[in-house]
Write a protein that binds this ligand. Structure first.
Ligand SMILES: [Zn+2]
Length: 62
């Protein structure tokens, strides 16, 4: 009866991840807790691709 909380910690780790600018292709670190806008500091482009969180997920190849 005390189980069922394990799945929460996957989402809880999501805070500052790297982004990649879709315009200049640079890697940008944005701390979403501080920054309210997601904008590339290099070129000012506002569309950044969120990189995947470092979760190792294996796909079984067969
Ligand atoms: Zn850029």
């Amino acid at each position: 009866m005390s189980q069922g909380r394990a799945e929460v910690d996957v989402m809880a780790k999501e805070k500052a991840y790297g982004y990649k600018c879709l315009s200049c292709g640079k890697d940008v670190d944005i701390d979403l807790q501080k920054a309210k806008k997601i904008i590339c500091p290099y070129c000012g482009y506002r569309i950044l691709e969120k990189k995947r969180p470092p979760v190792t997920r294996r796909v079984t190849a067969r």
